[in-house]
Design a binder for this molecule. Structure first.
Ligand code: NAP
Length: 253
């Protein structure tokens, strides 16, 4: 297999929530593999822009609050206007709310479902329409979770949303393979980011989590580089509808 199978030279990728954490790690990995980046989110991704440019690629910043669908069409339009098209979408932006299921509020439910599932679907739809119209196919990569496979505790809307992400990944692969679009997901295990700050700070939970990870450490955002580049590159052209765990062995335990 040639190196070209893993090259993203000449491609354009949209990554949501790329100012920090896993989104930043994946955006930089895609840039290092050759892609130009549209970085979408509500906080300025200055550091990520610097990292993308240091990799020799272009970065477009699109400010958008993905808690609503209002910015969806504009994100696709601005990316096309700047780079001429869109080849890769990474649906990374997401939030978590912790509360006992018995006390969970409609606000906690809606906030998580809106960004983690509703916007993920309609942004994917808008990008898939652009890919279909351009006739060159494309790659959509959703960020799932261990809670796509497991129930978890005190995070009902997060578990519902991430279980939904795994299901959506399958149906969209089924429907959009005909356009040459691959839809797959990555399920990160326990990664050290803002999203897991509360867990890392809780001595008991931290020890329990580490005790179950065969690799013996929290994941670093750079640990997703191989998976995201693979799923964005020609090397994965015959891979459809999977949710790939990158978890240091958590699920194997
Ligand atoms: P993070 O550091 O909290 O980053 C989340 C990203 O989503 C940030 O860029 C954030 O922007 C953005 N975001 C949140 N709400 C938004 C909104 N309304 N509009 C636009 N952007 C918004 O968390 P992370 O760990 O990197 O998480 C990234 C993804 O991985 C999420 O989908 C998460 O569920 C998933 N994940 C994480 C882990 C883990 O162990 N860390 C494990 C499994 C799955 P702001 O900075 O502006 O809030």
């Amino acid at each position: 297999m040639s190196k070209a199978s893993f090259s993203l030279e000449g491609k354009t990728a949209i990554v949501t929530g790329a100012n920090t954490g896993l989104g930043q790690g994946m955006a930089v990995a895609l840039a290092e593999a050759g892609a130009d980046l549209a970085l979408v989110g509500r906080s300025a991704p200055d550091e990520t822009v610097g990292m993308v440019e240091a990799a020799g690629r272009k970065a477009l910043v699109i400010e958008a609050d993905l808690g609503s669908l209002d910015p969806v069409d504009g994100i696709v339009q601005e990316t096309r206007d700047t780079f001429g098209g869109v080849d890769i979408l990474v649906n990374n932006a997401g939030i978590i709310k912790r509360n006992d299921a018995i006390d969970f509020t409609t606000e906690e439910w809606d906030a998580v479902m809106n960004i983690n599932l509703r916007t993920l679907f309609f942004l994917s739809q808008a990008v898939a329409r652009a890919m279909r119209d351009a006739g060159k196919g494309g790659k959509i990569i959703n960020i799932a979770s261990m809670l796509s496979f497991q129930g978890g505790i005190r995070v009902p809307s997060y578990t519902a949303s991430k279980s939904g992400v795994m299901g959506l990944t399958r149906i969209l692969a089924n429907e959009w393979a005909q356009y040459g679009i691959n839809v797959n997901a990555i399920a990160p295990g326990y990664f050290a980011t803002n999203n897991t700050a509360a867990l890392q700070a809780d001595e008991k939970r931290n020890a329990e989590i580490l005790g179950r990870i065969p690799s013996g450490r929290w994941g670093d955002p750079s640990d997703l580089a191989g998976a995201v580049v693979f799923l964005a590159a020609p090397a994965s052209d015959y891979v459809q509808g999977i949710t790939l765990p990158v978890d240091g062995g958590w699920l194997a335990r």
